[in-house]
Design a protein around this ligand. Structure first.
Ligand code: B12
Length: 436
């Protein structure tokens, strides 16, 4: 090959790289730092802290936690099997505080697959039947029949995110679901107002896209093939259209799942390639700014940094070498600086507004605790895989399809929960009861 030939070949290769969603290698120290943030969570083996997503994220990453990882999977198995299979009257499941949800069972099945296990045997079959039953219940809540006769008018009990997650989990275990279960997700993706409060939830669309991709790759639901392929295209388009000027898809925390979805795309497209490169640059900047603190989001990001996605759970590589994580060396920064944060709640009568003083670097949860200690303010939280979820303020619990939204004055919804968000001096935080 002459010089010109070699040059053209190189250009072609570079062009091809920019046409698929490739994530170039990321500094391994940055990846290790992220992984280290998961380690303390892996010591929390109580039922309300166990999080199958952490296990999945680690197994699809370039990192490992040795025996800690094995113990974690063992605890997950004990907890989920007892809570799901133990009889309601037995003492076994007295610690199962809340009912396992569609999405949690889905994540547990993903964790088993991440360890190269297929659910099987008597117990495994019961878990699969349970998840299928959950999906049937969700489907009924959305509505039966044809679109003109009122189908799709309702909402799933949980969310379309969990609906997609459950289909994905069954699919990677080679378990089929009925066409009419898939239909509900297809309809929701094509009519996005059904997905989230009228505006797009990139995480939800990406999860649906991953579920469709698994069905397509596994040749499931053959009668729906055309619709599934079209929906994958729609999901891709929606994700691309949601790219912000900085490069994130939706926001910084939906970018990991969005990238997982785009990375599974088999068709090459210049638009996809360049969008992914831009997203990767934005992610790197966010990593350097320490934006990733939440264990759940980290667990969705680690696979991406290892060029893996949940679709790899169709046939996972459990022998791939992974680097052993070392615990991070603790760094303490003692601060005596006091800041003032104003807390306001207008969704109640009489409205509440109060400034509280906390140490700089305190979380919003610390602010709520302080306001409670001062008197006149009460709130309740519930443990979730993303951390403490604010369920009630001043005795007002959010009802069905309502939630207590966290905003920074005047009107900016926070991108983090109460445990992770750290208000700055002089900020006003509003807690607002809204519908979703
Ligand atoms: C659906 C959803 C919601 C629904 C939940 C209601 C429902 N019935 O499903 C609604 C719209 C109410 C919601 C609210 C919020 N959400 Co939300 N939500 C999601 C989504 C798309 C799926 C969650 C899920 O089902 N997971 C699977 C199941 C199996 O796990 P689970 O723990 O059992 O699920 C529960 C919790 O996730 C909880 N929840 C939902 N969102 C959040 C956010 C936080 C911080 C916490 C602690 C809990 C929590 O509700 C789920 C159902 O009970 C995720 C996307 C993602 N990538 O995870 C975002 C996500 C978790 N939410 C996010 C945020 C920021 C919020 C809010 C803080 C927004 C705000 N400014 O008010 C609020 C929570 C405020 C509060 N009261 O504490 C971020 C968190 C980012 C981060 N750094 O941790 C995510 C990742 C979306 C994003 N890309 O920005 N959310």
């Amino acid at each position: 090959m002459g010089h010109l030939g070699a040059f053209l070949f190189l250009l072609g290769a570079l062009g091809a790289l920019a046409e698929i969603c490739e994530i170039p290698e990321v500094d391994s120290r940055l990846v290790e730092k992220l992984g280290q943030r998961l380690l303390p969570w892996m010591d929390r083996l109580s039922p309300e802290h166990l999080n199958p997503s952490i296990y999945v994220g680690l197994r699809l990453s370039s990192l490992q936690a040795g025996t800690k990882e094995d113990l974690y999977l063992h605890s997950l198995k004990l907890n989920y099997q007892q809570c799901l299979l133990g009889s309601a009257s037995s003492d076994h499941n007295s610690h199962c505080q809340t009912k396992t949800s569609t999405g949690q069972l889905g994540l547990y099945l993903l964790a088993l697959r991440a360890n190269c296990e297929f659910v099987g045997g008597h117990k495994g079959d019961r878990l699969v039947s349970q998840l299928k039953r959950f999906l049937e219940d969700e489907k009924r809540a959305i509505g039966e029949g044809t679109p003109s006769s009122g189908a799709h008018k309702g909402h799933p009990h949980t969310s379309y995110y969990q609906y997609g997650l459950a289909i994905l989990a069954l699919c990677v275990h080679q378990k089929r679901v009925h066409n009419n279960v898939v239909d509900k997700l297809l309809y929701a993706v094509e009519h996005e107002q059904h997905l989230h409060q009228g505006h797009l939830s990139v995480d939800t669309v990406a999860m649906a896209g991953l579920a469709f991709t698994c069905l397509e790759r596994s040749h499931f639901n053959p009668n729906k093939r055309l619709q599934i392929t079209t929906a994958i295209g729609t999901v891709q388009e929606k994700i691309l259209r949601a790219q912000t000027p900085e490069g994130h898809f939706g926001n910084v925390y939906s970018t990991p799942l969005a990238l997982q979805m785009l990375m599974t795309s088999s068709t090459s497209h210049l638009e996809v390639g360049t969008a992914c490169l831009k997203a990767k640059a934005a992610l790197l900047a966010s990593l350097q700014n320490e934006a990733f603190q939440n264990a759940l989001v980290i667990s969705q990001l680690l696979p991406v940094l290892n060029r893996k996605t949940y679709i790899d759970l169709i046939s996972p590589d459990c022998l791939a070498p992974r680097v052993m994580l070392r615990p991070a060396t603790e760094t303490f920064s003692l601060t005596t600086e006091i800041i003032s944060v104003t807390l306001k709640v207008l969704s109640i009568f009489p409205p509440y507004k109060q400034s509280v003083f906390v140490l700089a670097g305190s979380s919003l949860e610390d602010v709520l605790k302080m306001a409670h200690e001062l008197g006149g303010f009460t709130y309740e939280t519930q443990a979730s895989l993303s951390g403490p979820y604010l369920t009630s303020v001043m005795g007002n619990a959010a009802g069905e399809r309502e939630f207590w939204q966290l905003l920074r004055d005047p009107d900016t919804p926070l991108l983090q929960g109460i445990a992770d968000y750290r208000p700055k001096d002089g900020e006003t935080i509003e807690l607002r009861l809204v519908r979703w």
